[in-house]
Structure formats: C-alpha cells, structure tokens
Design a protein around this ligand. Structure first.
Ligand code: GAR
Length: 209
C-alpha cells in the first residue's frame, strides 16, 4: 500500500491585507491538506488589527503578534519572533506580505525553509516598494518573485517568478493589484510543489525534486 501523504506544517507571516494568505487557505480548503501537501498551523504578524490576522481567525487558526516596539532591541524582537514561530514546529515558514527583515536567530533556525514573495522581478527592485520603484524606473515588464530568504534584502535563491506587463495608465495600486493576481497563483503553486516534492538549494539554484 502506498504511504499516506503527509501535510507539511506551515507558519505564515503577514503585515497587511493577507490576500496571499487567503489564496493558500482557499487552495488547502479546496483539495484538503494532504493532497495539497501542506497545512497552515498558525499565522503571525508584526502588528495588530490587520485583515491578514482576521482572515486567519475566521479560518479558525491560532495567531500571534510580535511587535518590534514591544522589545528592547531588534535582536530581542528577532529572538521573540523565532520562539513564537518555533512553538508551532513548522516545516516551512512563508512570508506573505510580512514587511520586516528577520535577524540572525530567525535565519539560523529557519534558513533554507523560509519562503518570501516579493512584488517585482528580483534582483530588480528589492525592498519595501518594489511596485513603486519599477513604475518610477519606467520598466515595461515587472512581476513577482517567490524566493528563499537569506541574510540580504530580497537576495535569496529564486524559486519561481511571474511576469506582468506595465501599462501606460498604471499607477502603483493598479499595477500592484495585477501583480497580486499572478502572485497569489504562483505562491499557491510553488508552496504546494515544494511541500509535496521536496527541494534542494544548490548555491543560488533551487531544484524542486
Ligand atoms: C504582496 O504583493 C507581497 O509581495 C508584498 O506585499 C503584498 C502583500 O499582499 N510584499 C512586499 O512588498 C515585501 N517586500 P497581501 O497582504 O494581500 O498578501
């Protein structure tokens, strides 16, 4: 008899509206965690009162908030975040619009299994304003990048990218909405695939098995 597939444990980190989180929740609800390959076991945030946390609560998931300003230093915040995430024993951690750079302790614990989604085609336009920066530069195509997080800002090994054309009439919000449509599908596809198949990181190259 074939072994029963086991769902990997995911902790998802958010800072905002949480539509990428919602896409993961919907995909898992649709097929079931075992068929998808992963289940979300908790959702964490760096701030209170956001729609991302409300989405998690509506899905009946445990949530936690770890705010920088509640800690003496950035390192202490990083240690607290590491502990809060570790409590759920995740196989993978997904940053889905989590607008904080994690520190050494977090990366020591979750490096190589911490996935981020970014609204630009890295290595172009890293940082907090990927959409605005691509528009201001006059780029004709942009998109989104799902990548593993390393100790730089949006510099880790790329898992997958999606392309979106920039239109003459685009402002930041219109362009970001079109990027997010592609991004949500890409994130759902990539997280499911790495959870089900496993992967290797060879230098900058990610090989999905
Ligand atoms: C996403 O577009 C994500 O790529 C971006 O925030 C948005 C979150 O949307 N992240 C960054 O800009 C990180 N530098 P959501 O809260 O609706 O999922």
């Amino acid at each position: 008899m074939a072994a029963k597939p086991v769902a990997k444990r995911l902790v998802v980190l958010v800072s905002g509206s949480g539509t990428n989180l919602q896409a993961l929740l919907d995909a898992i609800a649709k097929t079931g965690a075992e068929a998808y390959g992963a289940e979300i076991v908790a959702v964490g945030a760096d701030r209170e009162g956001i729609e991302g946390l409300a989405r998690a609560e509506r899905a009946g998931l445990p949530t936690f908030v770890c705010r920088v300003k509640d800690h003496e230093s950035r390192d202490e915040w990083d240690a607290a975040l590491t502990e809060a995430v570790s409590a759920y024993e995740p196989d993978l951690v997904v940053s889905a619009g989590f607008m904080k750079i994690v520190g050494k302790e977090f990366l020591a614990r979750f490096g190589g299994r911490f996935v981020n989604t970014h609204p630009a085609l890295l290595p172009s336009f890293p940082g907090a304003h990927g959409v605005r920066d691509a528009l201001a530069y006059g780029a004709k195509v942009t998109g989104c990048t799902v990548h593993f997080v390393d100790d730089g800002v949006d510099t880790g090994p790329i898992i997958a990218q999606g392309v979106v054309e920039v239109r003459d009439e685009d402002d930041e919000s219109a362009l970001h909405e079109r990027i997010k449509e592609v991004e949500r599908r890409l994130l759902v596809e990539v997280v499911g695939r790495i959870a089900r198949n496993g992967y290797r990181i060879e230098g900058r190259k990610v090989v999905i098995l």
